[in-house]
Design a protein. Structure first.
Length: 260
């Protein structure tokens, strides 16, 4: 199974789907718990939400493997994104429900972690960096949209219920103020979905590492509460009727982002 799939578009927009993969290598499957094999912490069906990407000329990079293999949105050195708050690691051993992912004694060794970084993490980020540079060369700038979703209630990470649309710009450091304002203006022009800027989710490694507005790379993370487009109980099937309003909003939002 390839590490990612990629499609080059005609606009300056690149969408990264780092957590939508579900594949797990067979040798690893034997070591995971039955609950972990259901990959419950997947960003379910997020590429399908953005299926309109060809209409706006966006490029896409879609991870194929589960975040349980390696988390592409975490620093490779294991540094925390949110110091003092709960979060999972680049090679997680516990789920969002704070349950063990591995059978007893089957956790990955430091050597295995290096192997996964080399074989899964690095190829994705090498391609991401390559595409950002290619788009910036062609268009003079690049907009990197880091597309994610999560269950609306995850007590390990936050209290209560998450807003529907959680925009992260690393505290306004990963993108220009003009782009950030345009995003929030588009989201706040409607009342169907709640939204927040730099709330609990301010952007992961991808947004923070690649967002360099002064160098012509604006990066924005959008973390969507999954109740906005599917039933959060397993099996998490895509609900086209429920997702329709959100897809229309995302289509208009990204079309507007390209123009900034």
């Amino acid at each position: 199974m390839p590490v990612f799939t990629h499609e080059r578009g005609a606009s300056a927009l690149l969408i990264s789907f780092a957590h939508s993969g579900t594949d797990i290598p067979e040798d690893l499957r034997e070591r995971l718990t039955p609950a972990a094999l259901q990959v419950p912490d997947t960003d379910w069906h997020v590429p399908q939400l953005y299926a309109f990407y060809r209409d706006i000329g966006a490029s896409v990079l879609i991870a194929q493997h589960s975040r349980y293999v390696v988390d592409l949105n975490r620093p490779p050195d294991g540094a925390p994104l949110y110091p003092g708050q709960a979060e999972t690691s680049v090679c997680p051993t516990r789920s969002f429900a704070d349950e063990a992912l591995y059978r007893p004694g089957q956790e990955p060794s430091p050597a295995e972690l290096e192997h996964r970084l080399r074989d899964y993490w690095m190829p994705y980020h090498q391609k991401l960096a390559q595409e950002i540079d290619a788009i910036r060369t062609q268009h003079g700038h690049c907009v990197l949209w880091d597309a994610h979703s999560i269950r609306s209630q995850v007590p390990l990470f936050f209290d209560g219920t998450l807003p529907d649309l959680n925009v992260g710009t690393a505290g306004e450091r990963s993108c220009s103020r003009a782009l950030s304002q345009r995003v929030m203006s588009e989201l706040q022009s409607q009342t169907r979905f709640s939204s927040i800027l730099n709330g609990r989710f301010k952007g992961g490694y991808i947004t923070r590492h690649y967002g360099r507005p002064a160098r012509g790379v604006n990066a924005v993370q959008l973390e969507i509460a999954q109740r906005a487009y599917l039933s959060e109980s397993a099996p998490q099937r895509f609900d086209a009727a429920l997702a329709a309003d959100l897809q229309r909003l995302l289509h208009g939002l990204l079309a507007a982002v390209i123009k900034v």
